[in-house]
Design a protein around this ligand. Structure first.
Ligand code: NAD
Ligand code: AKB
Length: 320
């Protein structure tokens, strides 16, 4: 309540770019609860998501059109931007130049406007995809060997250093999290390697069986969306002096493989069946760590996850 009053007094006006995506829908709804519907402007290239309709303003916006973005920021008196538009790992490999262009230019457009208009804060997510085959597989540290092997990972790693640069050179208060694979039921995932962990629940409910594009033992860092949304808001509300990482924070809650999520689903739906047909996404998954050390996030701004695999499974199957 205290936080809500403080925020309201500051009269922040937020622009969410990529608001119709998997994270955007839930983050926009959560921000609207805190700041009030009219103070959070949702925007996307796509049409407005059904769940956002009637909850606050929506504008159609291409983040690559810097002039139009700048006009919107001035016209709407925007003070903070959450930039979620991106091409994710699996889709990125289909058109690497496009993924590089969108993922890096969108960030540069936002950071430049944030600098010029003296925005109070910017949020931009990175990913565990920054890590590559030479990074430690277990408890991958905040700072370690980072040699990404996907265009998505390369664009995220470059983006992290642009955030760091704009913070130290121009004083832009830009904050970032390296999200693991995110699992949610409100809006669909958009072309990632970890999307199977959403599809499996949908097909378990619909068909009681699922063919997985990753092999049974492929363990990856994952997180349930309510934890990811809370982490984002807690990071953004933390006092600036607590934020010691200006590239992007490692963030973790659970890791599991297709075999382990299947076992968790079978506790609720005992006759659920899985089969495996690995495709090109297997190689991407093999390049990522299996678990992440997020000690820095826990120390700096008090991060604590709430959901483990079984708790998430119960919630997902209840809500789909
Ligand atoms: P998504 O693909 O579901 O949503 C992205 C949204 O951006 C889409 O609605 C799309 O229409 C929009 N968009 C694309 N190009 C645009 C443009 N030129 N202008 C305006 N909007 C445009 O992605 P998501 O899963 O919600 O991911 C959001 C962010 O979080 C991305 O930066 C992604 O890399 C990062 N992330 C996501 C995950 C995950 O598991 N979902 C994990 C790690 C990091
Ligand atoms: C993807 O699989 O591309 C995303 C991510 C981990 O960044 N879910």
């Amino acid at each position: 309540m205290f936080v809500v009053q403080q925020v309201a007094m500051k009269k922040e006006k937020i622009l969410v770019i990529g608001a119709s995506g998997q994270i955007g829908v839930e983050l926009t709804l959560a921000l609207r609860k805190i700041y009030g519907g009219s103070n959070v402007v949702a925007s996307d290239l796509r049409e407005e998501n059904e769940l956002l309709k009637g909850t606050g303003p929506y504008v159609s916006l291409d983040v690559m059109n810097k002039e139009m973005l700048h006009v919107q920021v001035i016209r709407q008196n925007i003070t903070q931007i959450y930039l979620l538009a991106a091409i994710l790992s699996a889709t990125g490999e289909k058109n690497p130049p496009l993924a590089w262009h969108l993922n890096t230019q969108s960030l540069l457009n936002v950071l430049d406007i944030a600098k010029e208009e003296k925005l109070t804060k910017v949020y931009w997510p990175s990913s565990i995809a920054v890590f590559g085959p030479t990074s430690p597989k277990e408890n991958c540290p905040q700072q370690t060997i980072i040699e990404p092997s996907t265009v998505y990972g390369i664009s995220k790693y470059a983006g992290e250093f642009w955030c760091n640069y704009y913070h130290h050179r121009y004083g832009v208060d830009v904050r970032s999290l390296r999200y693991p694979g995110l699992i949610s039921y409100k809006s669909s995932p958009g072309g990632g390697t970890t999307d199977y962990a959403v599809e499996i629940y949908l097909e378990a409910k619909e068909k009681n069986k699922y063919t997985c594009y990753l092999e049974a033992p492929t363990r990856l860092p994952m997180m349930y969306m309510p934890d990811a949304i809370r982490a984002t808001i807690e990071l953004m509300e933390a006092p600036a002096q607590n934020i010691s990482v200006r590239t992007s924070y490692n963030l973790a809650s659970m890791s599991f493989s297709p075999a382990e999520i299947t076992a968790s689903i079978q506790k609720q739906l005992p006759s659920f069946e899985i089969s495996y047909k690995p495709d090109s996404r297997q190689q991407i998954a093999n390049s990522w760590p299996q678990s992440i050390d997020d000690t820095k996030a826990r120390k700096d701004w008090g991060w604590k996850h709430e959901f483990d695999l079984d708790k998430m499974t119960v919630d997902m199957l209840q809500n789909i």
